[in-house]
Design a protein around this ligand. Structure first.
Ligand SMILES: [Ca+2]
Length: 248
């Protein structure tokens, strides 16, 4: 009986201590979230996260008028979180809000995620524009026929291009900024080209389009591929802000 009692006591002690050991295991910490820096809301005047619709969620809240563009998966694989343009007749029109003329030496930044498809021709893919060729050509952000990022302003020397080739079939982050004298483009957060510019005429008339431009008042859809998270700021971003956008 003594032996039995001793065994029971020892077993209970072992159970207790092993229980203590288990309960002392450190709880695996959850990964730290990496939220968008609050500063990226400053000066954000246009933003289309394309979460099931084409609405701008920045200060103007513009509902885009969709022609043909279809919802598809974003760079994280989430369905219905980006828009695909067929390169034939797809475009989204945001009308002519007053904030986007960018006349004089106004500073601005345009940024977007894009996944281009090879259309088999030598045409520019226009991501976002306020441009009516021959009438009131304001600005655009595009990938040109040489597959370089190209940002246009309606004043000589007309555009700045990146030195890198933008690949087809994969999401890349493209951005352009005018800082009042230098017009620069970035690919995946890395500076890809910069050119000195004079001031910019204010385009107060042309509709802002994703996926195309106008040419002498005729709509020219010029984008084959998928775009997401288009942002326009009325300022130049910091290097940290550009890196955050290009890595999330
Ligand atoms: Ca999205």
């Amino acid at each position: 009986m003594k032996t039995f009692l001793c065994t029971c006591v020892c077993a209970a002690f072992l159970l207790f201590t092993s229980g203590c050991v288990v309960s002392d295991d450190p709880i695996t910490p959850m990964p730290e979230p990496d939220p968008e820096p609050i500063s990226l809301r400053t000066g954000l005047i246009f933003h289309t996260p394309f979460s099931g619709n084409a609405d701008d969620i920045a200060l103007n809240g513009i509902a885009g008028t969709i022609t043909g563009a279809t919802l598809t998966s974003d760079r994280h694989g989430n369905p219905n979180e980006a828009y695909r343009f067929d390169g034939v007749d797809d475009v989204i029109n945001y009308g002519n809000p007053a904030d986007f003329g960018f006349g004089g030496a106004a500073t601005y930044t345009m940024a977007a995620w894009v996944k281009l498809e090879d259309r088999g021709d030598d045409q520019r893919n226009t991501i976002i524009s306020k441009f009516n060729g021959g009438v009131a050509a304001g600005w655009y952000l595009a990938v040109n026929a040489n597959e370089e990022i190209q940002a246009y302003r309606n004043v000589a020397p007309w555009s700045v291009s990146g030195g890198s080739s933008v690949p087809y079939g994969e999401y890349v982050h493209v951005a352009a900024s005018f800082d009042g004298s230098n017009f620069s483009v970035w690919l995946n957060g890395e500076l890809d080209g910069t050119t000195v510019f004079r001031t910019h005429p204010n385009d107060r008339n042309t509709d802002m389009l994703i996926g195309g431009t106008f040419n002498r008042n005729v709509l020219v859809p010029l984008l084959k591929g998928t775009v997401d998270d288009i942002r326009i700021y009325n300022r130049v971003l910091t290097a940290e802000e550009r890196t955050w956008l290009a890595t999330h």
